[in-house]
Design a protein around this ligand. Structure first.
Ligand code: 5RP
Length: 236
């Protein structure tokens, strides 16, 4: 089964959690895009929800699909958020921001009562840091100062580029993709990175997943944070 098929199965299962009248955080990335298409189908069938998008790309996709939208500043809470991840560990710590939307994704996650993370099986890691660098959004003005400070906390930062120019986030900032090696203390590293001057947000998300949905051969498996059952999966 392809990774995309697994993502679609995870998205289908996660979209089933959404209830009429809810305010729904809409994540960014290919898995979140599948979910948005499926939410739109439910909306066409009579479901009433309002979405809070985590990026300009998601905003366009959701609006074009006919989902009513609100900005984060227009709501006092979000009922449920559906988003993807680049890596997730058995404690539900994550690396996010492969699509560059980490700052808005984290704000929407923090404002959400229930965070549902949808992944294909390749995202499950015993320890974070083996495959994906940690994206760190920085102010362009101070990117070199921030890069040196990131090195001092054990990261190897590399400016994310597109066609030879810096990738620019929706917030008009740059991203330093930080190789870290295997992490023993993701929450500690997240705190250390967040204290660096010029850092806007860090793509380490600790304690920001409530439900994990993993697509696979038999549809999708759902695990709630703290419920055990982690041996259902093959963590890499
Ligand atoms: C975007 C993200 C995505 O959720 C993450 O990169 C996973 O993407 P995909 O669903 O395409 O594998 O954090 O900023």
């Amino acid at each position: 089964m392809s990774r995309d098929e697994e993502k679609m199965r995870a998205a289908k299962r996660a979209v089933g959690f959404i209830e009429d009248g809810q305010i729904v955080g809409l994540g960014t990335g290919s898995t979140a895009s599948h979910a948005i298409t499926m939410i739109a189908r439910r909306v066409q069938g009579g479901l009433w929800v309002r979405g809070v998008p985590t990026s300009n790309v998601t905003e366009r996709l959701a609006r074009d699909a006919g989902i009513e939208l609100l900005s984060l500043n227009e709501v006092d809470h979000i009922d449920v958020t559906l988003d993807g991840a680049d890596e997730i560990d058995p404690d539900f710590n994550m690396i996010k921001g492969g699509g560059g939307a980490l700052a808005r994704e984290k704000l929407v996650a923090v404002a959400s009562k229930k965070r549902i993370i949808m992944v294909d099986s390749s995202k499950l890691m015993r320890k974070l840091g083996s495959h994906f660098p940690v994206p760190v959004e920085v102010l362009p003005f101070g990117s070199k100062v921030a890069a040196r400070a990131l090195e001092s906390v054990g990261c190897s930062p590399k400016l994310r580029e597109v066609n030879g120019s810096p990738f620019v986030t929706d917030n008009m900032n740059w991203i330093l993709d930080c190789a870290t090696g295997l992490m023993d203390d993701p929450a500690g590293l997240e705190m250390a990175i967040k204290q660096i001057n010029g850092v806007v947000e860090c793509g380490l998300f600790s304690k920001l997943a409530d439900v994990l949905v993993v697509g696979g051969q038999d549809g999708a498996t759902v695990i709630e944070a703290g419920s055990g059952n982690l041996d259902l999966f093959d963590w890499r």
